[in-house]
Design a protein around this ligand. Structure first.
Ligand code: SF4
Length: 257
């Protein structure tokens, strides 16, 4: 039986592997092969075997979903984890599910996505100046990764943000889970966090300085565009667009509309 200790000593485990990766392309490839969380590996593959009736004729991705977007992005969007029948089916973040429908529509309205819809990895969608990623790269049961799974996956996010650092100016954080997951990563990466730690809120904006004090990173909170938040109108398309525009402007990107 494979134990947690065995996994920690595995050279392909995120903790030893991620810091060695020199490019986002290499990172994305390594993430895609990760099997460090036994519960999530079993779940993502089970969902891919059983499938939802509407997608029964499709081959599910059923692997970790890497980040998506250019390697020199000044703006990052950080979500939660892939959806079981969205990213876990299509292999791309927010692609093929209701959350992605509203997210990409908003990005397209702002001129940050080449098309308003995301259906599969071959749909031709391109992002301008935006990289989308997540603190947990595998679909979790009930959309709830455990604390241990979040921590196991953390080195992938830490490395992704380190590789984006030369151009990164702002991060829009989609939901409280991502906010809590991201703060320690930023602290470890040398960004100074205010004390007490800033609380998540929709359109809350916090400016972080790096240890040398000569670089800024803006964090902007945004409710997650989950089906529940959208159906209860906790988050409307207009609210989402405004928060994304706030992040884009903080990153120095021109937005339309
Ligand atoms: S959640 Fe992250 S660390 Fe866990 S198996 Fe998936 S990619 Fe690997």
């Amino acid at each position: 039986m494979t134990t947690a200790q065995d996994l920690d000593q595995d050279p392909d485990h995120p903790a030893p592997r991620a810091p060695q990766l020199a490019t986002l392309g290499a990172l994305d490839a390594a993430v895609t092969d990760c099997r460090a969380c036994p519960r999530l590996v079993a779940w993502r593959e089970e969902v891919g075997r059983v499938r939802r009736a509407a997608f029964r004729d499709q081959e599910y991705w059923a692997r970790p979903v890497p980040g998506f977007g250019p390697a020199d992005a000044p703006l990052a969007l950080v979500g939660l984890a892939p959806a079981a029948h969205g990213g876990n089916r299509t292999g791309r973040a927010f692609t093929g599910d209701p959350s992605g429908d509203v997210l990409y529509a908003a990005l397209h309205e702002l001129g940050l996505a080449s098309r308003p819809t995301a259906t599969d990895r071959a749909d031709g969608l391109r992002l301008r100046g935006v990289r989308i990623t997540m603190p947990v790269h595998c679909a979790p049961p009930d959309n709830r990764p455990s604390t241990a799974e979040r921590d196991t996956c953390r080195p992938w996010l830490a490395r992704e943000l380190a590789l984006l650092r030369p151009t990164l100016r702002a991060v829009v954080v989609l939901g409280g889970f991502a906010w809590q997951a991201l703060l320690p990563v930023l602290a470890e990466a040398g960004w100074q966090l205010p004390r007490p730690r800033p609380a998540f809120g929709h359109r809350a904006q916090v400016k972080l300085l790096d240890v040398s004090g000569d670089r800024e990173l803006h964090l902007i909170g945004c409710y997650h565009p989950s089906r529940r938040n959208m159906s209860t109108r906790t988050l409307t398309p207009a609210m989402l667009r405004e928060a994304l525009a706030q992040g884009a402007r903080a990153a120095g990107l021109h937005v339309e509309g």
